[in-house]
Write a new protein. Sequence first.
Length: 290
Amino acid sequence: MTGNLILDFFDVYGERPNDQADIFLKHRVLVSQARPIPDCRMSRPLRIPDLDSTQGGVYSVQVFPRRYRPVGRFIQILEGKTVRCSLIFPVDPDKVERVEFPDYDRLGDDLKGVLERSDIEGYEQKRGRELYDALDDLRRAGLLNIYTKMRYTTFRNGRSVFSYVRSLRRVRGDRFFGYVEKELRDEVKNSLSDDLFHEVSGLLHTPPPGFERSGSFKTQDRYGNLQLTFFCKPTTLEFIADCDLDDAQGIGHLFQVIGHAVSGGQTHPYDVHEILIHHQRVDPLYRFVV
């Protein structure tokens, strides 16, 4: 008693990767029913016939591409049927050859305005286009990820989260620190009743000199949530926000990536890019060449 399986391979844009992969199928009960398929082209569907459907017919399917993260799935084969399964592959950050970023002129006016007003640590005396062009790939990717998520996160008053950002003081691949209007914290707190944000602990976030902790909040997204941690200077009522996007193990759970574990280090901005595109349907406007 057998059935057939068709595997289809896609990247986060829904396009078929120009890549090759080694595929391993193994019946979960019948140890003898294992089938390796090396050097499979991912640019077209793969039909795998005559798979044993007895003893539940559940197979472990593992796909190891050359330039994308490996993905695994359990698939049940049905007697006399052809089962079709589509697999989505996020890029492997270590295999990215280069990143194609949008030119400065293509950025939103709101982001260009913030860059014109910013004085970023390590990029002193640079503003606007010069600052944007000077950022390395990881910082620029992180900036565009967070900007995009903040721009698409809006309050009941119609304003986006990013519209409250005045200037940036520090940019990293996984977060940026910026001066924000004091009203942003009020809007975030008001949005708790709308389930846009929820309050979380901010104890792991260290206040800048002269500032005090003033609350930390996350969006309700299952993967790729936006966290805003506020710091206030009591003498001037200035507010700084530590803004970051957390993959929340999403690159492993969302795509069922094989062997992915949270290491406790920084969230890689390229992983966040893949989550934003596939899970939240928002585009940070840069693409990978792999």
